[in-house]
Design a protein around this ligand. Structure first.
Ligand code: ADP
Ligand code: ZN
Ligand code: ZN
Length: 669
């Protein structure tokens, strides 16, 4: 009798044993194959994690495997180690983790019949590599001198400094050594352009991409090409970090600071951190690249106590000859009356661009027309009935919309409370800015780029195409516009109202603001035309802006890290967040309080449990939400504490309408 031990996607910290009928001889080579097994009243797809001669369960209770799926090579041993690490580190059930990393098409009982892959399109014209700048050469030489094996590099390079070229040279060596390269980018929107660039450089490498917008069949096909070793380069978003790669030789994480690498539901993992673990475990180099690294990575590369954990490589200059970093200026908005939120200096600068046939970008990180609709006579404001948040006014399609739960409503003709007809939008979003600019510059062609105007990737590509073709004079956009695009005629960037982030309760807000501003600033003046950046602020003396003006990320990072250290925040502490939500706040907080009162908690001296508190957005989609922060100066102490604590919490009987989860290394508070 043979027994297959099987991982299934169920929220239990255990595997399941099944009998294998005699004729279907099972060998150790089947470990890592998928199987179809009966589970409850249905069948499920699982992964064989072990082959045994006997089970600790009575044989009579075991069911039979329905089918062993040997259509793919077995998942390799390092894939098991990777998923085991994630399950342990993020405190998630292993079977769930394993199955969730497979493409949906391979987890289905009846996968849709895969159509044969389209024959590869004609190869793009092979792109010739430019001669490297001295800084690029130095960075590559440093990596080469370290030889093979694991090393983590932090490639800090200003926008346009040629980081991508460094990645491509590393990929080239990796391919020459007969290995596979894994490139991770934060957003789907960024894949097409990098894909084109990589495919043009390495037309024979069988490049595949992996992200959530692919059809199920395409994702299975690409994943399979990676597993079978046919795809020598895999380019993808965070989920691609789990792709099995038998000949992995290099990992690159571009824009490593980007919050999109963090998964926000299910297993809340950081693809960047998982990538670093994977590189170490496989003994291959990993390069984390950014113009504004995360402070965690920066500390790993520069802090004297951790120095040597990451190797810092720096590109200070733009790669294209004569391309300068844009001049950044602060406009003190206390000194003048703004015209619909726009300063005289910014308006004048836009006018000059219009006269010269260049493009301007006005950056405002708030979509919609106005953040709230309000009645001046009784104080009514448009609130979401399901969340502790305002409904945002969207004039383009005449709706009030909640950006947290998706709730929508018509715009009322009069105040719902007092009947006053004179209700007004307060504040400003991108739609309103677009309207203001259109009134001010009637001759200009204005293009708004945000998540409303670029809902799908197709719409986004059309917008980018228009900008490239010079069919827009003024761009109005959110941070969506900030990422990774070269617009050669763009020479002016104006940032409207960035101040809110300076004093936000979320202590990571300044880090995000600095990264966003540096990124939008990086859009200006990429080609021969010099760029200019104007920041409208009421706090021109703020050190964050002072560092911006000097393009001095290291200075900014040093300020922030000092504050973090004094406050005992990450990266000088390690955190986990237990969150609970229920129809009543009292229920959620009581659950958290019971978890906090776990009798053994105080025994773990190095781990501190804070008091349960309502979340900043205390109600979302009719659920009241609370959280409990767990913190330790020692990652190890936290990792020892969490599993024991979690099993105690799981053993508690929790109210039926309460949901809870634990997040390790939370990014948002
Ligand atoms: P980053 O990723 O750092 O923002 P890119 O790699 O996209 O920068 O490079 C910016 C621009 O500089 C691109 O147009 C690229 O083709 C060009 N470039 C990169 N390296 C060189 C080089 N060594 N010589 C000339 N141009 C270069
Ligand atoms: Zn009213
Ligand atoms: Zn809502």
């Amino acid at each position: 009798m043979q027994i297959a031990r099987v991982a299934l996607d169920v929220p239990l910290h255990r595997f399941f044993d099944y009998l294998v009928a005699g004729q279907d001889a099972l060998t150790a080579a089947d470990i890592g194959c998928r199987v179809r097994v009966p589970f409850g009243r249905r069948s499920k797809i699982g992964v064989i994690v072990d082959v045994l001669a006997e089970s600790e369960h009575p044989l009579a209770q075991l069911k039979q495997v329905e089918e062993i799926l040997r259509d793919l090579p077995a998942l390799p041993a390092d894939w098991f180690r990777l998923t085991e690490f994630c399950a342990a580190y993020y405190q998630a059930p292993l079977g769930d983790v394993m199955l969730s990393t497979l493409p949906a098409g391979l987890r289905r009982i009846d996968p849709p019949k895969a159509r044969p892959a389209k024959p590869p399109g004609k190869f793009p014209p092979a792109q010739i590599a430019p001669a490297l700048t001295t800084e690029q050469q130095d960075a590559l030489a440093r990596i080469a001198s370290a030889g093979e094996g694991f090393n983590a590099y932090l490639l800090h390079g200003v926008t346009g400094s040629g980081k991508t070229e460094v990645y491509l040279r590393l990929v080239e060596s990796c391919l020459a050594a007969g290995r596979q390269a894994l490139l991770l980018v934060p957003e789907i929107n960024l894949t097409p352009q990098l894909e084109a660039r990589v495919a043009a450089r390495f037309p024979e490498a069988g490049l595949v991409s992996l992200h959530s917008e692919l059809t199920e069949a395409a994702r299975s096909r690409n994943w399979r090409a990676a597993l079978e070793g046919r795809a020598r380069i895999v380019l993808g978003t965070r989920l691609a970090v789990f792709t099995p790669l038998p000949a992995l030789g290099l990992i690159v994480v571009d824009e490593e600071h980007d919050a999109s690498f963090k998964q926000q539901d299910g297993m809340r993992y950081s693809a960047r951190d998982v990538a670093v673990f994977r590189a170490r475990e496989r003994g291959v180099p990993i390069v984390l690249g950014s113009a504004t690294p995360s402070l965690e990575s920066w500390a790993n590369a520069t802090d004297s106590r951790t120095r040597g954990r990451y190797i810092l490589l720096t590109l200070r200059e733009r790669a294209v000859e004569n391309a300068r970093l844009p001049a950044v200026q602060r406009i003190d908005t206390r000194l003048e009356k703004l015209q619909d939120g726009l300063s005289g200096a910014l308006l004048l600068a836009i006018e000059k661009r219009l006269a010269r046939g260049e493009q301007s970008l006005v950056f405002l990180n708030r979509r919609g027309y106005a953040p709230v609709l309000a009645c001046a006579s009784c104080g009514w404001t448009s609130r979401c009935t399901r969340c502790a948040a305002n409904l945002v006014l969207h004039l383009a399609d005449r709706r009030l919309r909640c950006h947290h739960c998706g709730f929508e409503d018509r715009i009322p003709k009069a105040c719902p409370t007092c009947g006053n007809q004179d209700i007004h939008p307060f504040g400003r979003g991108t739609q309103r800015l677009e309207e203001v600019l259109a009134a001010r510059f009637p001759q200009a062609r204005i293009l708004r780029v945000d998540r409303d105007s670029a809902k799908s990737r197709k719409q986004w590509e059309v917008l980018v195409e228009k900008i490239h073709a010079g069919e827009a004079d003024i761009l109005v956009g959110t941070q969506m516009l900030a990422k990774g695009h070269d617009f050669p005629k763009l020479t002016l960037v104006g940032a409207i109202g960035p101040d809110a982030a300076l004093f936000a309760a979320d202590w990571r807000a300044p880090e995000r603001l600095f990264a966003q501003l540096m990124q939008v600033a990086g859009r200006a003046g990429r080609a021969a035309l010099p760029g200019e950046v104007l920041i409208q602020t009421q706090f021109p003396e703020h050190p964050l802006y002072a560092a911006m003006v000097r393009h001095d990320y290291p200075e900014f990072a040093a300020q922030q890290l000092k504050e973090r250290e004094q406050a005992g925040f990450p990266p000088y502490a390690f955190q986990a967040m237990l969150r609970a939500e229920a129809p009543q706040m009292a229920t959620a907080l009581a659950f958290l309080a019971a978890a906090r009162a776990w009798p053994e908690a105080p025994a773990h001296g190095d781990v501190m449990l804070y008091d349960p508190v309502p979340m900043r957005l205390a109600r979302r989609a009719n659920f009241e939400r609370g959280q409990l922060l767990v913190e330790s100066p020692s990652r190890r102490a936290l990792q020892v504490f969490l599993p024991a604590w979690l099993s105690a919490i799981s053993a508690q009987k929790s109210p039926s309408r309460l949901r809870w989860h634990l997040e390790v290394d939370p990014l948002e508070f």
